[in-house]
Design a protein around this ligand. Structure first.
Ligand code: ADP
Ligand code: MG
Length: 588
């Protein structure tokens, strides 16, 4: 038991305690609602808080779970223990179809699409004769095991909260794993994740599916709790409320789901009684109060209430339990005979601007090639064309003999090309170690299920060991458990290099790695680059620090206004009058 899991253990202990304490029945009913809502909110946390995909439509999946069990138990007399699975199956199909269509959308299009399906499912449920139109379906039975009725009281509480607990554990485990780190990288845009070999679209669909399944189970429970289903519980208003709950509680935290659901339910009940008494007339005044409260929370507490609590929980570093772990598999490296990179007449046009104009050069095994030129010369764009981040207007790139011109950055990464970014791309809330472990993605395989069940631990240790090894190699061994966002610019760049090294690349592309580094750090970097070279690594380096470039590079490619000015050895480049005039200044 670690201190980090304290809330988990408290919850596990509280469930039997609450069930057997002589609490008023009304409290138990409240807790049942809270558990149900929290289950749906758990999905919202994963989808919206962690994955950055805002959905107003989760209530629709609650509806699918509820209507499926209602219709099947009422009309076909099926057991609810069977209908829950059928509900999950229907939910899966719906979520996969909807996800395939909508999850490629970005910006405000996705939230709008979720509103659209929330509305259409609501009207579908309300207009179908077989589903009882807006009256819904009545006369459901309580859940029961054999002759034991679970009812609406304490046993239902235990069932609901046990499911909630299992869901929370599964999510906590998932987020602390290989696929979990991939999911946490979604929010920062897809460029870095894809460059680490992560299929970001697949993970978006995955978290959408998980969130929908949680909602569907919530719906199944709700149907057998209220013993009636009608569309109003599954409409857009409820979808917005689930999102409210999660945001109020803390949409970035698993426990935010529970805190938000509890607060919303209790406040709602309190205000429904207190406000009319205060004002003297009846009406849905609580909605107005919620609206105002929501705006205030968004303004002053955007991370929700749980983040306030989390701040005061003791911070525990991940225990280092991987010293004896086996090394990760390494890829076969190019031999001396193999050319590593062949760039042939690549071109990139942005509208009328020729950012990269027919650039060609080669990198052979163990070579450090420098790509230099003034700001705006097209160096980063060249990088992005080689690594597949940008599509080429024309030209060809071969990596280890294979034509990679048409491949995506993810597939190129999988072939063993790793890069850093001119503007550091990291997940600021993750530790340095976790950020660097992202680099091992293509060398490992644990999936979502094994991570939830925690059968991934052996591989997880191997990943962490590799991440630590690369961090130590680059002189960052003291920062393992530091939050990445707290690092200064220099160490952030070093962290990116360690992450790239975790890919076990055959070619390393570094975009201005020395920017922001102190003199000593630069010397350390030069040493690491030479050491990598001696191990047979090939490197493409974009750098402004001419001392470093001249010191470590074997070959220089000089660009100006998108075109190739000249290329040659550092000595040749330094002697070139054109280059001297243009870039190096007369003192060189
Ligand atoms: P460098 O890395 O050498 O400083 P870049 O490759 O970043 O240069 O940029 C080369 C030129 O291409 C610049 O004029 C820049 O403004 C332009 N450019 C880069 N990216 C884009 C883009 N996505 N859209 C339009 N123009 C771009
Ligand atoms: Mg650049």
């Amino acid at each position: 038991m670690t201190k980090k899991n304290l809330p988990l253990w408290l919850l596990a202990a509280a469930i039997p305690l609450v069930a057997w304490l002589p609490l008023p029945d009304f409290w138990i009913v409240q807790l049942n609602y809270i558990g149900l809502y929290a289950l749906v909110c758990l999905g919202v946390v994963l989808l919206t808080g962690v994955g950055g995909l805002t959905s107003f439509g989760q209530a629709a999946f609650v509806g699918i779970g509820a209507y499926t069990t209602a219709w099947l138990t009422l009309n076909l007399g099926m057991s609810p223990w069977l209908t829950v699975w059928i509900g999950l199956a229907i939910t899966s199909v719906s979520a996969l179809v909807l996800g395939a269509i909508t999850l490629r959308m970005s910006g405000h299009y996705l939230p709008l699409a979720t509103i659209a399906w929330g509305l259409s499912l609501y009207y579908l449920m309300g207009n179908l004769q077989v589903l009882g139109k807006y009256d819904g379906l009545q006369g459901l039975k309580s859940l029961s095991i054999g002759t034991l009725s679970i009812g609406q009281g304490r046993l239902f509480f235990v069932l609901t909260w046990a499911i909630l607990l299992v869901g929370a554990i599964a999510l906590i485990n998932l987020l602390d794993s290989r696929p979990g780190r991939a999911i946490r990288s979604l929010k920062g845009g897809s460029q870095m994740a894809e460059a680490m070999g992560i299929n970001t679209f697949r993970y978006k669909v995955t978290i959408f599916l998980i969130a929908s399944l949680l909602a569907s189970i919530g719906g199944w429970l709700l149907a057998h709790f209220q013993l009636t289903v009608n569309p109003s519980a599954f409409g857009l208003k409820m979808g917005i409320e689930y999102l409210f709950m999660a945001v109020l509680g803390g949409v970035g935290h698993v426990w935010g789901a529970l805190v938000g659901a509890a607060l919303m339910k209790l406040l709602d009940d309190y205000l429904q009684v207190a406000l009319p008494a205060l004002i003297g007339t009846s009406g849905s005044y609580e909605v107005i109060v919620f609206g105002i409260a929501m705006v205030l929370v968004l303004k002053y507490m955007p991370d929700g209430i749980w983040s306030m609590v989390a701040k005061h929980l003791p911070r525990t570093d991940r225990p280092v339990d991987w010293d004896d772990a086996a090394d990760l598999p390494a890829r076969s490296k190019p031999t001396k005979a193999e050319p590593v990179l062949e760039v042939h007449l690549i071109r990139k046009q942005f509208g009328g601007l020729m950012a990269v104009n027919d650039i060609s050069f080669k990198i052979t095994v163990g070579q450090i090639v420098g790509l230099i030129g003034p700001n705006g010369a097209g160096k980063s764009t060249t990088f992005n064309l080689i690594t597949g981040l940008l599509s080429k207007t024309s030209g060809q790139v071969k990596f280890r003999g294979q034509d990679i011109s048409a491949l995506s950055s993810r597939l190129i990464a999988r072939l063993g090309m790793a890069r850093t970014f001119q503007h550091v791309k990291m997940i600021a809330e993750m530790t340095v170690l976790e950020n660097v472990a992202l680099g091992t993605y293509t060398r490992s395989s644990s999936g979502v299920l094994s991570s939830m069940l925690r059968t991934n631990r052996v591989e997880e240790q191997r990943l962490m060991k590799e991440a630590q090894r690369q961090l130590e190699r680059i002189g960052m061994g003291a920062f393992l458990h530091e939050q990445a966002g707290n690092l200064a610019m220099g160490p952030q760049r070093l962290m990116e290099i360690a992450r790239a090294l975790c890919c076990d690349p055959a070619l390393l592309l570094l975009d201005e790695p020395a920017a922001g580094l102190r003199h000593k750090e630069k010397q350390g970097l030069a040493k690491v680059l030479r050491q990598l070279q001696s191990e047979g690594m090939s490197i493409l380096l974009v750098e402004h620090d001419m001392d470093l470039v001249m010191e470590v590079c074997d070959h220089l490619v000089v660009m100006e206004f998108g075109t190739l000015l000249t290329q040659g050895t550092p000595a040749e480049i330094q002697a070139s009058p054109a280059v001297r005039a243009a870039y190096l200044g007369t003192e060189h």
